[in-house]
Write a protein of this length. Sequence first.
Length: 158
Amino acid sequence: MTAGFSRPVQLAAGEGIEGFHCGVEIVDSWAARHAATARVRGTGVVYVSRCAGRVAGFYTLSTHSIVRTDIGGGWLARNAPSQVPAVLLGMLGVDDDFKGMGLGAALLRDAIVNASKVAAIAGAWALVVDPVDDSAAAFYARFGFSRIGDSGRMAIKL
């Protein structure tokens, strides 16, 4: 983990992310409204990294599936079930006060490790993400994510 930041840990059920602001409205809104209830509702698990007691960044993982025909050619497209199991990286954000310190990359690496554990236990083909913009898509591409058909989504094989 990047110096000064805690290793990401699961947010406790009912615990919120107060005061988090990354400047991306959908991420900020989700953090304020849904982070505290995601685990209780069974919609996702939130992992947080702290610095000096503050949430510096977070990401969420949940189960997901991809329509086989969206994957493209190759063996998987011909032989997989119609819904291919995957893990969804639903949100990833770094608070404005901690940007440019490598935390986003560290959180993404941790998400890939945790998604790989899910794949080993329950079976999942890929980690999927919906980039919020071209800058986010370029960030994910640097880690090996590629586009899934024309959906705008990206995935990395687990």
